[in-house]
Ligand binder design. Structure first.
Ligand SMILES: Cc1ncc(COP(=O)(O)O)c(C=O)c1O
Length: 408
């Protein structure tokens, strides 16, 4: 342990100078897959590669069906339309997520209603969600934040008696599993992203999974300009955009999937070790892993920072000192109800549909945990930091411990 050493930010030697593993990971498999897509002469509709990807990704996530789309944002929009969300309908979401979870609701004319998060897992607090249900509520969106499954038992217990659909935003949770089942189709629908940073990536891309054939027929239609499965080419029964994935994405994703299980195992082993090491440092509390989580995707490794144990230094100072030691770490999200895009669009749709909109102050009162977490507590390490050898975890923990000792 690097005790009593001068911090790198003060001119000392950094704990680490070697780079962490790079992302994305690719090789011969992706090159061959792309050439295969090129030479298939089917680059979009009718591509066998797209069909193969959908079949394999459904199997990977323990779902009956998968329908591919071009990104994770549009996946949520299509899923919401399929679930029947329309003008003035309310959708309960967490404020601790990427903007798309809430902006997708607004894009289909709905209104995001923000419930608080659990202080130990940062996942949607189902009891907070329960208190926000009105006669306008149609859907609850739990986000598997950081790749750790949300408490789906609690969310479904709240949603089912109220007749609400559950859409799992699984953009960060490829291969994650809750009580032995991979996430996505445990609720009614699940959406995924294959954007550049994601654990499974094609640069851009998305998917929707589900087990209900009728609901997945609606997903297919809204993804496919309102066409009807088995219908005529120019038969359009619902208003839908073109959200189809192309063959390049499918080809790359098929190649990426051959490494996904091994990468999951590596991230989980390193994540568990890091939790053990960081948990011993005063003022650092890794998020709790619920005993019902079978697999954690560790898209983000999230831990909690308590400035009091770091001489009262704010989190931004900690990030600067940690970066100087060779470890990149960031604060992550601000609560979405504080974002101008969300406030403005909510007010517009509220006005158009005569739906009351909660003010920023009301949302902050409803979500005290999200407020604190975003302002001073949460610290993120990105998933590629967990893809190297065990020694990398010791380097991360040693860097954090060195700073804590120097400042306490
Ligand atoms: C939780 C969450 N939801 C939705 C998205 C949107 O996905 P995309 O960037 O593919 O549109 C992302 C990631 O970007 C995300 O992290």
């Amino acid at each position: 342990m690097a005790s009593g050493q001068r911090l790198a930010i003060d001119g000392g030697a950094p704990v680490r100078t070697a780079p962490f593993p790079a992302w994305p990971v690719y090789g011969e498999a992706e090159e061959q897959a792309l050439l295969g897509a090129l030479r298939s002469n089917k680059w979009g509709i009718g591509s066998e590669l797209i069909a193969e990807f959908e079949e394999k990704f459904a199997a990977l996530q323990d779902a009956k069906q998968c329908i591919s789309v071009f990104n994770g944002t549009v996946a949520i929009e299509v899923a919401l339309r399929a679930a029947g969300v329309s003008y003035g309908d309310e959708v309960i979401v967490t404020p601790y997520t990427f903007v798309a979870t809430a902006s997708a609701v607004l894009m289909v004319g709905g209104i995001p209603v923000f419930a608080d998060i659990d202080p130990d897992t940062y996942q949607l607090d189902a009891q907070s969600a329960k208190g926000l249900i009105t006669e306008r509520t149609k859907v609850i969106i739990p986000v598997h934040i950081g790749g750790g499954p949300a408490d789906l038992d609690a969310v479904l217990d709240v949603a089912r008696p109220a007749g609400l659909k559950v859409i799992e935003d699984s953009a960060q949770a490829h291969l994650a599993a809750w009580k032995g089942t991979r996430v996505g189709a445990i609720g009614d629908l699940g959406t995924f992203s294959f954007q550049s940073s994601k654990n499974l990536t094609a640069g851009e891309g998305g998917a929707i999974v589900g087990n209900d054939d009728a609901l997945m027929d609606r997903v297919w239609s809204f993804r496919n300009v309102g066409r009807v499965r088995e219908g005529a080419w120019y038969q359009h029964e619902v208003l839908g955009g073109n959200a189809r994935m192309g063959a390049w994405q499918a080809a790359v994703l098929l190649a990426q999937m051959t490494r996904a299980e091994e990468q999951l195992a590596r991230r989980e082993a390193n994540g568990t070790l890091l939790t053990d090491l960081l948990g011993r440092i005063p003022g650092i509390r890794p998020l709790k892993r619920d005993a019902r989580v079978t697999h954690h995707a560790y898209h983000l490794y999230i831990f909690r920072y308590d400035a009091a144990a770091f001489g009262g230094r704010p989190r931004e100072d900690f990030f600067k000192a940690l970066a100087a030691e060779g470890v990149a770490c960031s604060a992550g999200y601000n609560p979405l109800y504080r974002m101008n895009a969300i406030i403005d669009a909510s007010e517009t749709i509220g006005r158009m549909t005569g739906t009351p909109i909660a003010s920023v102050e009301t949302n902050a009162e409803r979500c005290p945990v999200a407020e604190r977490v975003c302002a001073e507590e949460s610290c993120w390490l990105s998933q590629n930091l967990l893809l190297g050898p065990e020694q990398d975890m010791h380097d991360i923990a040693n860097a954090v411990a060195k700073i804590q000792k120097a400042w306490s």
